[in-house]
Each structure stands twice: as C-alpha cells, then as structure tokens.
Design a protein. Sequence first.
Length: 384
Amino acid sequence: MPSSEIEAIRLAVTQLCGKFSENYWLALDKTQAYPTEFVQALTKAGFLAALIPEEYGGSGLGLLEACAILEEVSRSGGHPGACHAQMYVMGAVLRHGSKSQKETYLPQVANGVLRLQSFAITEPTTGTDTTNLKTTATRDGDQYRINGQKVWISRVEHSDLMLLLARTTPKEESARKTEGMSAFIVELDKAIGNGLTVQPIDAMINHHSCELFFDNLKIPAQNLLGVLDQGFRVVLDGMNAERILIAAECIGDARYFIEKATSYANERVVFGRPIGANQGIQFPLAEVYAQMRAAALMVEHAAKLFDAEQPCGSEANMAKMLAAEASWKAADIAMQTFGGFAFAKEYHIERKFRETRLYRTAPISTNLILSHLATKDLGMPRSF
Ligand SMILES: Cc1cc2nc3c(=O)[nH]c(=O)nc-3n(C[C@H](O)[C@H](O)[C@H](O)COP(=O)(O)OP(=O)(O)OC[C@H]3O[C@@H](n4cnc5c(N)ncnc54)[C@H](O)[C@@H]3O)c2cc1C
C-alpha cells in the first residue's frame, strides 16, 4: 500500500480516537472497566477486521497497515490491549481452519457479531515453557474433554470465542517436544459455567486478564483447529503477527510519551525559563526519540517481511524487544520530565507508564527474545 494511504489510515484512526479522550481511559482504569464503546467504534469502522481477507468481509489489509492502526491508538493515549487480539487471533483460523470453520467464524468476526479476542496458552506452573503445558484435551466420542488451568488469559469476559492450546498426546509419546499439543476453538458462552470457570485477576493495569479452570469441559471434536497434535504450529504462526503488532503499539506509546514530555518541557517554567531549555531535560528525550525511530524501522521491516510471507521470527522478536525497551525508557523519561505532576492521575502519564511496562514481559519476555537471538541467529548453545 502506498505511504499516502497508510497516512490516511493513521488520520482516520486518530480522528476516531479523538472521540475517546484520555479522561475516558482514566475513568475505565479507575473502575477496571472494559472500553466497550471504543471497541465497538473501532469494529464499526472496520479497523479490527483489517487483516481479514475481503472474501470473508474484512478489509484485506496487510500487517503494515494493521501496525499503523494500533500505533495510532497507543499514540492517542488509549490502550489497544483491550482489543488488539481481535486482529491477530483470527490468523490462526484463516491459515489453519477448515473451509467450514472459516465460513462460520470469519465473516461474523469481520462484522463484529462475534469477538475472537482471547487465546489461552500460559499456565501457572509452566509459564514461558509452553511445550510443558499440562492442560489436556482427551477425545471422548465426538467430543474432547478439557481439564487443567490457564493464567493471565486476557479478554475472556469480553470475547465470544477463545483459541485454546492443550495437550492431546503425552510429551513422552511425541516425536518432538513441540508436537502432541492441539489448538481448539472454544465457544465461551457454552463453556463458562459448564466446565470452565473464569476468575478475574486484580492486576496493575486494566487488561482484563483471568485465571481459567477447566473441569471436564466438553467441546465438539469439530472445534479442533488445524492438524491434531500440531497445535503449536497453529499458535506459532500467530505469534509473529502478535509480536509485530505489539511492537507497533510500543512505538505509539513511545511517541505519546515523547510528545507529551516535550510539550510539557516547553511550557513548564522553573528558575525563570522552560525546563526544556536545560540539556538535562532535552538530551534524554532526544536520545529516546532516536531509539524510537530506530525501533520503528525494525517494526516496519518485520511487518513487510510478514506481509511478503518471508521468515520473520527473529525480526518480529527484535522489533518487539527494541520497541518495548524504547517505550519503557520514554515512559520513565516522561515521568522525570513531569516531575511530581507525573504522579497525579489527571496527567495520564502514570497510567500509560504502567500499561507500557507490560510489553517487556508479555507476550514474551526480553530474556526469552535474547535467548532466541543468541541461539538461532548467533548459533550459541541453548541454555535450557
Ligand atoms: C497482563 C498480562 C496479559 C497476558 N495475556 C495473556 C493471554 O491473553 N494469553 C496467554 O496465553 N498469556 C498471557 N499472558 C502471559 C504472558 O505471556 C506471560 O506472563 C509471559 O510469557 C511470561 O511468562 P510467566 O509469567 O509465566 O513467566 P516465567 O516463565 O515464570 O518467567 C519469569 C521470568 O523468568 C525469566 N526466565 C524464565 N526462563 C528463563 C530462561 N531460561 N532464561 C532466562 N530467563 C528466563 C523470564 O524471562 C521472566 O522474566 C499475559 C500476561 C500478563 C501479565
């Protein structure tokens, strides 16, 4: 897509976000409420269906355009974590779903009738070590019975469908450690209260994350997504998209902090001059601005590789790491620039500071990215 069209998307998103002020997000944060009106507006405008092909009712755009959408939401002061998964979880259905699954779900996700914005991988006892997950799916006639536990599963209470990764063959009986797990589509209205219990987590940010308890939850066998025992591949495909999109959100956050802090530094007068006239205030902002611009190039590079269907695992990881480090540094510099007022909620810095911190940890932590680069790109021995 020509850059002028991406600029038009950015402008349209900025205009939509302008209807949802920072006070809107602050009020939600205080009550831990879900941004229903914002998500509806984004859905109605077609932005959350950006990656769904036109034949299923979506916009058929690429990841580069989707990145621009989420970046602008973050830059405007909003928190796209409330709905970003709607963009990339559907990729698993698109690439691995049967004809019937695609025709059943994708048009309804595109038109907003169904929300597919929850995916359940992380477990309390295994964490990042996904191939050791313990939740099981056992075949029982024309159904699977699900047993186990998940943690930090976001937006479950605000989604109709959830992608679930569970073990279908014991690890010892699988040829490779990445095999023996399968992906399933869970219809949440049927599942909750019938074998699935959802327990919200009281967390540092308003991200709607929950613990899930599966006690003999029965789901139809036809809800298996992709090939039996090859579910890791189903989720892996989506992980690159997720990391690149979240990196774009971090770029948006970094731009938000840099713009707000610069503006404040130019206005705030202490010792008879704007604090921004002091190099102690200027240089950290200039430095993180350069870091943000460099990280943005890596995000763009990774998105272009993804759109060209080229391998992009390392680039997606580097984009996510560099962008998350830039946004976190920008957040800290903004806190320092705003002085004491940074701590007052009405200035919004502390909320965004808390929100952007997430991305050094999730969806994958910095250490795990460094480990990937050290072993896969640099060829050093695996430490685990
Ligand atoms: C707000 C929020 C929302 C989330 N949403 C979802 C969701 O929707 N779906 C989902 O499935 N998950 C979700 N997660 C989970 C998230 O992906 C995990 O928290 C994250 O991957 C880290 O896993 P963990 O918390 O178990 O940390 P652990 O795996 O316990 O790791 C703890 C720390 O140790 C480090 N570490 C572990 N092993 C090594 C090693 N070998 N070498 C070096 N360092 C190591 C890690 O880098 C990390 O810093 C969410 C988490 C949060 C906080």
